[in-house]
Design a protein around this ligand. Sequence first.
Ligand SMILES: [Cu+2]
Length: 415
Amino acid sequence: MSKFTTTLICSFGILLFASSQQDLNFLLIARNTGEKILTNNDTIRVFGFAQSLGEQPGVPGPTLEMNEGDSVHIDLWNVSQGAPHTIHLHGLDVDQQNDGVPHLSFDVHHMDHGYYHFKAPHAGTYLYHCHVASTIHVQAGMYGLIIVRPPNGSNTTWNGGYEYTQEHSFFLSEIDTAWHTDSVLLHDHDSTLTIHQVEIPKFDPQFFLINGLSDQQLIDSNTVFNSAVGQIDYTRLTNIGFCGVRVIFPPELNARIIASDGRPLPAEEISDTVYLFPGERFGVLTDPSIEFTGQITFDYIDMNTMMVKNAQVIPVNISGFAGGNEVEIETFDLKLSPNPFKEKLEVEFKLNQAEGISFQFVDFSGRIVENVSLGNFDIGKHTVVLGEKLPSNKPYILKIFGENGIIQTATVVKL
Ligand SMILES: [Cu+2]
């Protein structure tokens, strides 16, 4: 082998090795003229982070996903007028210059860019928020989730940790509309002072958010916790609100708490209940043993009185697919439109054998709300119209039965 070939092979080896860690660039555009539609259809003013100039800032902001060891560069571009902003990397081990605490590093003024550089630390769940007048700017909406995966980016909780099939994230916060007025939001700012130069009303939130949504906004097929018997899922819980939150998983999910604040717990804790104080994150593994429908409950607790102020729920739908007791017909080709639906749900499917098909709508407390049997269907494509009599404003599990058992289940929402 010539020296040239050896050199080539060596360089190739180094290239392959280096490619597992990447350079990641994020642009976060700080705006203070965002709008958020609440669950009662009122619109409030928010501050937040967008990823392009044409985009409204979301609350929460964009989720930053990275792998352990990546070189991460965040460009904070402040296009908002008024107070400056920063990105504080909550829970990440970064140096002081890149930690976004204004008087310890730098703050970013109108039309300026600020750059944060760090190596993505231990795989886990973290968050970011603005640290300028943080009591106000966090409530205003300047926060988001950070997910660090293992160096190879796999569905593993951390290097050498637990493998899982699917991931869920629930990011908890609140909104007090009295804090979203111009007199509170457009405060004078002096970064040398830690005391706010503005009268802030007593915090008394009316809206309790999961991923920025609440109440009927959570009845959405994207938010429902869908999984299957025997499937291991990983749920990331994060609290940036001023309330404590008690999260209660249904016992059938067999929840295990395995991580806290971006690190593995010394021993996993078998518990259906997780308490999150402001700023905390937890990682929970679930592994349901039976087919069921239920809900995860989030109790928002006033930290002064320790009283529960509000409860929000995420519907849970565990199908029996992984248990193997269902009949899968390859050409069933289920199409539901529209979903969510207002009056009628069109259900389209295709059969490769003549068969008696029936439909069942089950609500998330497990009650059968409607049973529809339409007799025998021939081979081929069919469309049936269902759901006209179902009560509105609720999600349902649509179960479709053939002659030998369940063929398919799906989550549908009637508005
Ligand atoms: Cu800010």
